[in-house]
Design a protein around this ligand. Structure first.
Ligand code: ADP
Length: 223
């Protein structure tokens, strides 16, 4: 099943660490909840017992010897579990699924950041997502200097990915912009160096313009 064949909608938020995507995903979820939309909010990797354990391995800075291929496959394993256990059933029930990161993160981080062969990353992504494609993706784009400032303010939280350095993040950011340019009908690039509320309004407006009917009669249509 693809997200397009399901009754619900799959909405994903993407961006480099510190771009503000989690902030925006949470505000978006709040708004949907206020509108009475049946929904499921998830973070990838994570959101269930198995995927959270895999997440803990991925973010453990004492495991610095992890190979990029092992890292790729662990992300896909966590994603496959979440997709099968949570996303597909929720979409089948007509719920809106909002995901903080999904496979575009793997394309950007493992493909562009770690420079793994893109073709193989795309194939791995298809396995991890069980063939699902998000209905819409909001990519929060912020210059690295702004990100660096934001992240240094929460230095104690810096995980292994955040410790990877500016060159790495520059490749990740460019990767995100490239994948967005390749799928403009799905991925909206949202300038993220603005006040939180103004970004939120921008995202909501784009969403409403395209998916208003899903708010009016949630679960009844997605033909
Ligand atoms: P991400 O999920 O992309 O890592 P977060 O949403 O966790 O980013 O935000 C990272 C930090 O930046 C947090 O401290 C958050 O409060 C702050 N932040 C988020 N959005 C903005 C914004 N538009 N302007 C300034 N600071 C922001």
């Amino acid at each position: 099943m693809t997200a397009q064949e399901a009754k619900g909608l799959l909405v994903t938020f993407e961006g480099v660490d510190g771009s503000g995507k989690s902030t925006q995903a949470a505000l978006f979820v709040e708004r949907l909840a206020q509108a009475g939309v049946p929904l499921l909010a998830l973070r990838d990797p994570g959101a269930n017992a198995i995927s959270e354990r895999i997440r803990a391995i991925l973010l453990d800075r004492s495991l610095a010897e992890m190979s990029p291929w092992s890292e790729l496959l662990l992300y896909e394993a966590a994603r496959a579990q979440m997709t099968g256990q949570q996303i597909i059933p929720a979409l089948a029930e007509g719920r809106m699924v909002v995901c903080d990161r999904y496979y575009d993160s793997t394309t950007a981080y493992q493909g562009y950041g770690r420079q793994l062969e893109l073709d193989l990353v795309h194939q791995a992504n298809r396995i991890g997502s069980c063939g699902l494609v998000p209905d819409v993706t909001f990519l929060i784009d912020v210059e690295l200097e702004v990100v660096r400032r934001r992240l240094s303010a929460r230095d104690s939280d810096a995980d292994r990915m955040e410790a990877a350095g500016l060159d790495f993040h520059d490749r990740v950011r460019r990767g995100y912009l490239e994948l967005a340019a390749a799928a403009p009908e799905r991925v909206y690039v949202i300038p993220g160096n603005r006040p939180i509320e103004s970004i939120q309004r921008h995202i909501w407006q784009l969403f409403i313009n395209r998916f208003q009917r899903h708010l009016n009669r949630p679960g009844e249509e997605n033909a």
